[in-house]
Design a protein around this ligand. Structure first.
Ligand SMILES: Nc1ncnc2c1ncn2[C@@H]1O[C@H](COP(=O)(O)OP(=O)(O)OP(=O)(O)O)[C@@H](O)[C@H]1O
Length: 359
């Protein structure tokens, strides 16, 4: 079931929560709505669900206009951050609930319900908890049961609002891999809200980056990470270094070096910024390349197999962050206070008014 959002707007009094958003979620895809707090992700999800009415614009499920259709008629399943399971019901009863409350004509038999619930519990790998009560489960297990419960009624669309938000980092990481595998098995069109960029990049087929009620970029995880459409997306998707640049005839000059910026072939002496990710900064102990900048190592932190360096260079107002494998760092023989050389391997240049000439 594809979902089409067509020029949707939503205000809460003076506040514009969703600002002229048009998007298509393709059938069977898992899409992350990613953005900072207050960017309108949840409001958009609630509009898709039918829990909120848009002021203007239409929602279509598989081409059919559902904008005025009641939430109960849309065939959506939900999982929220604090999706309270019914405390007085066992896991089995919780998952069976949506089926048992159906009108008699469409209600499956007891045996059918039993089979289905047990199949779902196996799918979320918690069949052994069927007779337990929610308080006898961990937070991560409860969210998996909430997902089984949402799937029991065979939703056409699955909507998840920060489903792992309340869990600790390790459980979150496990559950997101688990959700990915589950989605590969069941292929229900799913939209999932998160403000965690790593979660969005790891789990989803597609990422929609939102900011102030608008869509900043919509693409595959690789596209949004490797080719951010604008400085907002660049900053939001991970660490980035900013260098003041003079943009002139297809080059961005920072310090004494020139970086290629072919998209600005016609610009002359314009002021801009070159964005470079920490792992795209090459570090040397000596001046091995003519196009490297002199720097000084200010801080070294070892994070598992990687080493993060913070370096001072005259070409940047802030310390430059570089990240390299530990073996490479060791081979360089650098330490805090050492003189070093840095070279941006890949950069993306933006002019201050965020004009993007190469999309
Ligand atoms: N019912 C409401 N009444 C008034 N304002 C609301 C209502 N619902 C949401 N808002 C406002 O709309 C804005 C967008 O909220 P929304 O929950 O969609 O953002 P979000 O991106 O999901 O943020 P978060 O990650 O913090 O949940 C927020 O500033 C919020 O205060």
């Amino acid at each position: 079931m594809s979902i089409e959002i067509d020029r949707v707007n939503k205000r809460f009094r003076d506040f514009v929560a969703v600002d002229d958003v048009s998007l298509t979620f393709r059938e069977g895809e898992l899409t992350a709505l990613l953005g900072p707090s207050g960017s309108g992700k949840t409001t958009l999800l609630r509009i898709i669900a039918g829990l909120e009415q848009p002021d203007t614009g239409r929602i279509r499920f598989h081409g059919e206009d559902t904008t005025d259709l009641h939430v109960s008629k849309r065939g959506v399943g939900f999982v929220f951050q604090h999706y309270a399971l019914f405390k007085h019901m066992t896991v089995f009863q919780n998952v069976a609930y949506g089926l048992t409350v159906r009108p008699r004509a469409t209600r499956p038999t007891k045996d059918e319900i039993k089979q289905k619930v047990m199949r779902l519990l196996e799918l979320v790998q918690l069949d052994w908890t069927a007779h337990r009560y929610p308080h006898q489960l961990s937070g991560g297990q409860r969210q998996r049961i909430a997902l089984a419960r949402a799937l029991a009624v065979e939703p056409k669309v699955l909507l998840l609002d920060e489903p792992f938000g309340a869990l600790d980092a390790k459980v979150r990481a496990e559950l997101r891999r688990w959700l990915r595998r589950l989605h590969d098995d069941i292929h229900v069109t799913s939209v999932f809200v998160t403000h965690d960029q790593e979660e969005a990049l790891e789990v989803s087929d597609r990422v929609v980056v939102m900011n102030k009620g608008r869509v900043e970029q919509d693409g595959s995880p690789e596209e949004v990470y490797d080719h951010p459409a604008n400085p907002f997306v660049y900053r939001f998707l991970g660490n980035v270094n900013l260098f003041e640049a003079r943009v002139h005839q297809g080059s961005a000059h920072i310090g004494g070096i020139a970086l290629p910026a072919p998209e600005y072939a016609d610009q002359r002496n314009e002021h801009g910024h070159a964005y470079v990710r920490p792992h795209e900064i090459e570090v040397f102990a000596r001046q091995e390349h003519a196009d490297a900048l002199p720097a000084k190592v200010e801080l070294v932190s070892v994070v598992g197999p990687a080493v993060r360096l913070e370096l001072h260079t005259d070409a940047s107002d802030a310390l430059v962050h570089a990240e390299l494998p530990k073996h490479r760092y060791r081979a360089l023989g650098l330490s805090q206070g050492s003189d070093a050389w840095i070279r941006p391997l890949h950069s993306r240049v933006f002019l201050p008014d965020e004009r993007v000439l190469n999309g």
